[in-house]
Structures are given as structure tokens and as C-alpha cells.
Design a protein around this ligand. Sequence first.
Ligand code: H2U
Length: 349
Amino acid sequence: MKKFDINEDPHRRYNPLIKEWVLVSPHRSKRPWQGQNEAVSNITLPSYDPECYLCPGNVRANGEINDSYENSFVFDNDFAALKQDEIIQEIESENTFFCAKSERGISKVVCFSPNHGLTLPELSVAEIENVINTWQKEYTLLGAIDYINHVQIFENKGSVMGCSNPHPHGQIWAQSSLPTQVEKTHSSLSEYFEKKRTNLLLDYLEEELKIKERIVIENDYFVALVPFWAIWPFETMILPKRNISKITALTETEKTAFATILKQLTTKYDNLFNTSFPYSSGIHQAPTDGKLHPEWLIHMHFYPPLLRSASVKKFMVGYEMMGESQRDITPEKSAEALRNCSVIHFKNK
Ligand code: H2U
């Protein structure tokens, strides 16, 4: 019988955050690395687009006019997925077959910059710090509303991710329930804390920092790594090195360090295939239920769909839909590829 080699043999890896497995098939990605062969796609957008509903001073779909903003700008989503109205629950919520619960919440759009032609990696560290200030402000404001227990900050970047507009922006959905992914993470973090009185993600990070092979980039306060259990080819996670449960707990120095690693990671992403790298990213952090959450560690997920080039995308289909997530390139190889990318944006070379 052959001895198991994690770099060669098909195997499954466990994600302790959401208690799911991923099938890894390293033997299928034997082909040489092709990322560097891409042609540079250097599309430059104007800094102002009169047709863009996110540009300063422009009219949105509902007729409202955007502020003539100079930094970031937040507005209530005109097509919000959630409503603030209090609704008396009349549908039976415990029915096995027809279980439904009303959900209350607020959806906002956050413009990262007045400049239509830039993306997150192209903003300066100071400009990204300003975006973080806005996230902090919204987490505080929304979290203070009595029925809001969770604030989800996220970004969809690129049309391949369903993003409707290249103007740099993200969204915030705040609601009364913990959404499914967060609920799963919350329960794992809580269970671990109950048992060990330590933080699952901080303990995990400590181990990763000893091994080093999945670390993409780090500074004094933050680490960006490809999780051991990543499902997307170039999935990453940003974690703080100390016990920070929510975005409002960052010191000024940590805010700068967070902005720096965000800029560097997203720049590396763009440099990987010389393209504006699409992804969905989101910050997972403590619920806003008024309780202390020592079990929580703020972390930011990046789920990019690209596989081998600017145009070859991974599809979560077939076996992934019917069985479980599967990947060929190992997280270790992905981390190495990202580590080897420059932190100077290809457009500036
Ligand atoms: P995406 O590009 O990531 O889909 O986000 C844009 C959001 O902006 C989207 O949720 C909202 C859409 O509902 N929007 C407005 O609120 N007002 C508009 O005038 C157009 C789009």
C-alpha cells in the first residue's frame, strides 16, 4: 500500500468554520503554471461617467441625486433586498415543510471613491483607510439599531460576479438574523471557545504562521493566507494577529495595517493574471446583539472565481453541486503563486 502524500494524492480537507469538507485532487493540476502568459488587459475607464448611477452628482434610478462626494459615499439601496417595516408574523415558522420567518433589515451601497475608473487596489492606503472608516461608522450605526443583529459588509467585483457597475463600490446588508454562513461560523467559534476558552481562528493562525506555506503576505498586525480548506482556486482570508472581534475595535495603527494588506492582496490578485481580478469579498465579524464576543475574530474572505487565466473561470457545478466542493490546484500552490506576485500594480509598471 502506498503512503498518503497530501501534495499528490486525492484527499478531503475539513473546514472547521462551517463544518464542510472539500475534495482536493492535486494530481489533476500537473500542468505547468500558465498565469504569466496572459496579455495585459489595460482598460482604462474615465474618472467620471455621466451615465453612472454611483458617480458624484449623478441621478440614481429612483430620481435621487448623489452627493458631490469627495471620499466615500453611502446611500440606502434603492432596490433593497430587505425592508425596515415591522411585520407581524402570521405564517407558521416552525412548520416542517412550510417554514418561513419574516426578516427585517437595511441594505446600503458604499461607494469607495468618487473616481469611476479606479478599483480597490488602485486606491491609496489613505483612501482605503477612509473606506474602513466608513465601514466602522456603518457597523456602529446599523449595529445600534435594536433589531439589527448582524451587519454584512461585502463587495462584488467584476461583471463575472454579477457586479452591475465598475465604479468602485461595495454593499452592506444589516438584518435581524445571522445569515446561514455566519450562523455556521458563529456556532463553530462558540463551540471551540466553550471547550478551550481560546479563539479558533487565532489558534489556527498561530499554526499557519509556524508552517508558513499558505501565507501570502503579512505585516505586524494582519496576515493574508490561503486557508487549508479553501474551495476557490485563489481563495484567501485576511486575519488580525490579535483578538479583534469587530471592525470598530481596530486601533489607528491597525487600520493602516489593514488598509495596507487589503491594497497589497488585491494588487497581487490583479497581477496574477494581469487583469482586474474579480471576486466576492466580505467581512465576517461579531454579531451586533449587544453581547461580548470573545469567540469571534474579525476576518475577511475573498472568493475569486478565476482558475487559470483572466478568462478561465472555475464553475461550482456537477460534483460540487451534487457532492461537495472540489479543487485541483492545492491551497499551498495557490499561496505560492500569489506570494510570488508583486505588490506593485501591473498598470504602474
Ligand atoms: P452591484 O453592482 O454589486 O450589484 O451593486 C449595485 C447596487 O446598487 C445594487 O444592489 C443598487 C442596486 O440595487 N442600485 C441603487 O441602489 N440605485 C440605482 O440607481 C442603481 C443600482
